[in-house]
Design a protein around this ligand. Structure first.
Ligand code: GLY
Length: 342
């Protein structure tokens, strides 16, 4: 097991890569605890946390709402949870986002931790302190910055994931390599088959390297005033694809990264060879790199993006593998720059 820390203004977070769900008791450390999880995880792993009261929620992005939050508050009151209670979310990104939001607001904030059960949650959703829910169709519109006290990334939990869910996590791993670590990208080019097969050394190294990158960025810019925006590589177009087509997050981000790399090449920032390496790696890993149809709807969703700044959309563009810049692209240029890409 390897340990990392985030020291944010909103709290300190200890990230435990390679720790086991069965060691949860050690991190609860004798405090009263409530577990929040989903039906799927409860079926698979209930025996590992049956000594704690459990609040169970449904699965899927549509339950990430204030209604679900209300229902959890009520159950916490019924369970007599108080300020000494630690709330632990066991699950993927949706469970982590909801748990973090509930715990940060219940009684003005109680301690919380995560056991991240999906690859996407381990390398992204559980790390960083952003916790929130969707509102009126807008993703993560209502939320807080607040660091989980601990995050357990247990590689053993990855074995029950579907291939598609695993691939979504790999898209974020590739993203981390492109934005910040050329050596990690070469490692992925050499070891992607073992990664997809969940070879324990390879997957633990990739999760750790990803968390190092994300934790480093968050430590320097917790509340996304500047550098943290590089974590949005592939997400500007990716979120629009997700919203328009309902594609899973990682698949949409994969298409978004290939499009952003092509835009970077068109802007003279990225060589044709490096743009091709990004596309080739994602293709070999069986992630989608192109979307046909929906072009107008995707462009329209980008124009409505909540991160739009006036007439510009901020794009994260690679200048090489392992290095990115943030460039404003005017709404009038978007159509031309994305021609043939989406
Ligand atoms: N909780 C996810 C993030 O902060 O990026």
């Amino acid at each position: 097991m390897k340990t990392l820390h985030i020291q944010g203004k909103t709290g300190k977070s200890t990230l435990l890569v390679g720790e086991r769900l069965q060691k949860l008791e050690h991190y609860i450390a004798g405090r009263p605890a409530v577990i929040i999880t989903d039906h799927h995880l409860l079926d698979l792993y209930e025996k590992d946390f049956s000594c704690y009261p459990v609040v169970t929620i449904g699965c899927g992005e549509t339950i990430k709402t204030l209604d679900t939050v209300n229902s959890i508050y009520r159950q916490l009151v019924d369970l007599e949870a108080d300020r000494s209670t630690v709330i632990v979310g066991i699950g993927g990104g949706i469970v982590c986002d909801i748990t973090g939001f509930v715990a940060s607001t219940y009684m003005r904030g109680v301690s919380f931790g995560f056991v991240a059960s999906t690859l996407l949650a381990q390398v992204d959703a559980s790390v960083g302190g952003k916790n929130g829910v969707n509102f009126d169709g807008f993703k993560n519109m209502v939320g807080v910055f607040s660091q989980p006290e601990f995050v357990i990334c247990d590689m053993n939990l990855l074995h029950t994931l579907s291939k598609r869910d695993l691939l979504c996590g790999f898209a974020e791993i590739v993203k981390h390599a492109v934005i910040a670590d050329a050596e990690m990208f070469v490692y992925l080019e050499r070891h992607w088959p073992q990664a997809l097969a969940l070879d324990s050394n390879v997957i633990e190294k990739l999760v750790y390297d990803s968390v190092v990158i994300k934790a480093g960025v968050v430590n320097r810019d917790e509340t996304e005033k500047g550098e943290r925006r590089i974590l949005n590589f592939g997400h500007t177009i990716g979120h629009a694809i997700e919203k328009t087509t309902g594609a899973p997050h990682g698949e949409a981000v994969s298409i978004g990264m290939v499009a952003a790399a092509a835009i970077a090449h068109r802007c003279g920032l990225l060589s044709e060879k490096d743009a091709a390496r990004i596309k080739d790696l994602l293709t070999r890993m069986n992630l989608p790199t192109r979307l046909s149809g929906h072009r107008e709807a995707i462009l329209s969703a980008m124009r409505k993006d909540k991160k739009r700044e006036g007439d510009d959309i901020l794009f994260v563009l690679p200048e090489g593998i392992g290095k990115t810049v943030i460039r404003p692209v005017s709404l009038s240029q978007i159509g031309q720059l994305t021609d043939g890409l989406i």
